[in-house]
Write a protein that binds this ligand. Structure first.
Ligand SMILES: Cc1ncc(COP(=O)(O)O)c(C=O)c1O
Length: 426
């Protein structure tokens, strides 16, 4: 073996890098360019760097109370009190917390779902909603390598990254109608019809991000019927169950319609928003299968995909969720708290619209109250958003999406005035 001195003698300084013979030592990553900023998370970084006392962050999709402060739900605090000192820190099973999964399936598929009783659902705990989507995308690629995914236009930007990194080719389908700021139902149905039979579709179960525009119950029934005819696969991303109407049962309506119609669905659930467990990364991926045997096989394969990535999912958030959902008192407290969050957002929609109308805005702002969930797709252009940021210290994504969760009694008049200023000459 060469001595250390001999190794140093062989080293030469060549400009930016050390080299031993031809092998470079400190330039391993010289070809790495900085990644582009994430369009959503970058907004928060810019907001934090702004010293203005008037600054407003309506960029990131995280709930704030009426003082603009992050919220920890009382049911979560109570679950944590019960956990404190009473748990070991062992690994969860590879598929995650059995109890948390059981409770999650009841929320998505219904308390008395026959599919749960018949053990037809393959489900694993996931790293929140993002992890559920990614696990599904990898599963899709592994077992149906020639399939594609149809994604709504527009959608949460990360959907594109998730299926891109899983190497599943993407198509889009029309969803939003810019003139009415509502659903483009006719075009959406046309795109579903024109897609090859047996295509995979990503559907937002409720509170579509970024538009806040959901199909009505009747429209979901028509979509479900068409999916049956075309034998399409519906993958529901349900990141906001409870946030749209304030009632998680009501927000699961689209999924229930598809289940009634006999579809085999996929579903990504997240507890980031509806329990405020953003950083705990707790969610669930489920796939309804033909029978129990298939469900066992599918679950084992999902676990096998997870194993080399993160081995098994984290413990703490899963305990919080299972304690809350399995205790009737804590569950009813949670339901009240979800409703409080949803109602505050609905109230802020009304206030923002009223303020704009009071200012004499020549534009229609009806869509602010027609849209639901966390976001308002305002229709503002990237230039108008830039003006909001540069002149008024208001931060949001350049697609004009306002996170209504960041609007408060204290800032709504300021926000309305700024929006009026940048839009009045359009
Ligand atoms: C539509 C949609 N899906 C999934 C997610 C995933 O969130 P998380 O991974 O925090 O659960 C989000 C979060 O913003 C979302 O808006």
């Amino acid at each position: 073996m060469a001595s250390r001195a001999a190794i140093y003698r062989g080293m030469m300084w060549k400009g930016r890098s050390w080299a031993i013979g031809s092998r470079s030592m400190s330039s391993w990553w010289s070809n790495v360019e900085p990644a582009p900023k994430d369009p959503i998370l970058g907004v928060t970084e810019a907001y934090l760097a702004d010293p203005s006392p008037h600054k407003v962050n309506v960029g990131v999709g995280a709930y704030r109370d009426d003082n603009g402060k992050p919220v920890v739900l009382e049911c979560v605090r109570e679950a944590e009190r019960r956990i404190a000192g009473n748990l070991n820190m062992e690994y969860l099973p590879m598929g995650g917390s059995i109890k948390m999964i059981e409770e999650s399936l009841k929320l998505a598929y219904g308390e008395d779902s026959e599919f749960i009783k018949d053990k037809r659902i393959a489900a694993v705990q996931s790293l929140s909603g993002t992890g559920a989507c990614r696990l599904f995308a990898d599963f899709q690629k592994r077992f149906l390598p020639d399939s594609q995914i149809y994604i709504p236009l527009p959608t949460w930007a990360n959907h594109h990254n998730i299926w891109r990194d899983a190497r599943v080719p993407q198509q889009t389908f029309r969803y939003y109608h810019p003139e009415s700021r509502g659903l483009d139902f006719a075009s959406l149905m046309e795109d579903f019809k024109n897609a090859p039979n047996g295509s995979f579709f990503l559907l937002h179960a409720c509170a579509h991000n970024p538009t806040g525009v959901d199909p009505s119950e009747e429209q979901w029934r028509e979509i479900s019927h068409l999916f049956k005819v075309k034998n399409h696969f519906p993958f529901f991303d349900m990141a906001y169950q409870g946030f749209a109407s304030g009632d998680p049962e009501r927000d699961a309506k689209a999924i229930r319609i598809f289940l009634e119609d006999g579809h085999l669905i996929g579903c990504a659930q997240s507890y980031a928003k509806n329990m405020g467990l953003y950083g705990q990364r707790v969610g669930c991926l489920s796939l309804l299968c033909e029978d129990e045997m298939q469900a066992v096989a599918v679950k084992s394969q999902l676990q096998q995909i997870a194993r080399p990535m993160y081995s098994n999912p984290p413990l703490h958030g899963a305990h919080i969720v299972s304690i809350i959902l399995s205790d009737p008192d804590l569950k009813s407290l949670w339901l009240k708290e979800v409703k409080v969050m949803a109602d505050r957002i609905i109230g802020m929609r009304k206030a923002l619209r009223e303020n704009l109308e009071k200012l004499g805005s020549p534009l229609s702002w009806e869509h602010i109250t027609n849209q639901i969930g966390m976001f308002c797709y305002s229709g503002m252009t990237p230039d108008q958003v830039d003006r909001l940021t540069n002149e008024f210290h208001i931060y949001m994504t350049r697609n004009g999406r306002i996170s209504m969760a960041g609007v408060t009694t204290g800032n709504v008049a300021y926000l309305a005035n700024a929006i009026h200023e940048v839009t009045k000459s359009t």
